[in-house]
Design a protein around this ligand. Structure first.
Ligand SMILES: Cc1ncc(COP(=O)(O)O)c(C=O)c1O
Length: 347
């Protein structure tokens, strides 16, 4: 059980902030005529502002994820969630975040935009957190520790015991980015929300739900943290079309499950096929929808594939990923085309 004093971690200006009060959130009853929000009255399906707190979407997410609605908030992609967390907790010039490279790049970018320094504690060989190193680097100004599990670009899940220890001992917020959790065998850390007041779990509709285009990210945390999130988020950060598309997808769970299973099967096939190629030195185990592989001549292979209209991600210059390309799992047909191209590569 961790009982962090969240209020003490929040920036003083955010604690004091009087949030914007939108017309849509002020009047909560039923009515026939809405003349309160300076909207255009002529119905076209989109002339009204969307629900600022997205109740319908969150109720459906709550049922699927087994997290109470009061502990869920939504953002314009996880990228907005990351940005808002930094703005809630980190005082520029005083506080910092901690990241574990190699990892997802937006923690650093959002911190840079907010003028918040980033302390980096690289993953250990095997891409697991250096728990002692993280705790040694942490002090009262370490407001957020970003843990990405499964991690991008290394594809592995972080050790659950190590995460648990960090939740227990890190002095600030432990934000676990579970963008790829649906593809993993490990359970989500949302299961621990009831016992860890400093825990924030982020998920997204961009990966397993197949909706990167609608920009919808989820944050699961204590009611107190969700309260601060809703206080600072732009009032209508999740637009009407996004809310509708998410509701539609959430009603088609079998479609989600079938596609998820196909991607997981294809990941296995892609891994075995890569394993047959003599210029592939190492394939890292994947709990995500991509495979990281170390190859003989990454840049040459990258350009060879590009010339054939196949774009993969060159990660060969990233710390600890030297020589690596990252292959997103495509459709069965796309993966076959990738494999056919790889078979004719001569290095
Ligand atoms: C670890 C991780 N988190 C978050 C995101 C972005 O999520 P969203 O599309 O919801 O902003 C990505 C995208 O690649 C990612 O790899």
């Amino acid at each position: 059980m961790t009982t962090t004093n969240i209020e003490a971690l929040v920036r003083p200006n955010i604690r004091r902030l009087t949030p914007y009060s939108s017309a849509r959130s002020e009047y909560k009853g039923r009515a026939d005529i809405f003349l309160d929000a300076n909207e255009n009255p002529f119905e076209n399906g989109l002339n009204r502002y969307p629900d600022p707190l997205q109740w319908a979407v969150k109720e459906r997410i709550s049922a699927i994820k087994h997290v109470p609605v009061s502990q869920i908030a939504l953002g314009n992609g996880s990228d907005e969630v990351i940005d808002l967390l930094i703005r809630i907790f980190c005082e520029p010039g005083e506080d910092h975040i901690i990241t574990l490279p190699p990892t997802y790049g937006m923690y650093q970018v959002s911190a840079d935009i907010a003028n918040v320094p980033v302390k980096k504690v690289p993953l250990l060989p095997g891409f697991q957190p250096d728990v002692d190193g993280i705790l040694a680097a942490a002090d009262q100004h370490s407001k957020i520790l970003f843990l990405c599990s499964p991690n991008n670009p290394t594809a592995n899940s972080l050790d659950a015991g190590a995460i648990q220890q960090l939740i227990g001992q890190f002095p600030g917020i432990v934000a676990i980015d579970e963008a790829y959790i649906d593809f993993a065998d490990q359970p989500s850390f949302t299961e621990q929300l009831a016992t860890a007041s400093n825990l924030v779990v982020m998920q997204t509709f961009s990966k397993a739900w197949g909706l990167a285009g609608i920009r919808l990210g989820m944050i699961f945390a204590s009611e107190e943290i969700i309260g601060y999130f809703n206080k600072v988020k732009p009032p209508y950060n999740v637009n009407e079309l996004t809310q509708r598309a998410a509701l539609e997808a959430l009603q088609k769970e079998t479609d989600y499950e079938e596609k998820l299973q196909t991607i997981i099967d294809q990941r296995g096939q892609l891994t075995s096929a890569l394993d047959q190629l003599d210029f592939v030195q190492l394939i890292y185990p994947s709990d995500a929808n991509f495979v990281l592989a170390k190859v003989d001549e990454p840049q040459k292979l990258y350009h060879y594939l590009t010339e054939r209209g196949i774009i993969v991600r060159d990660r060969s210059k990233v710390l600890m990923c030297e020589g690596c390309l990252r292959f997103t799992v495509g459709t069965p047909d796309e993966n076959e085309q990738l494999m056919a191209a790889l078979k004719t590569f001569e290095n």
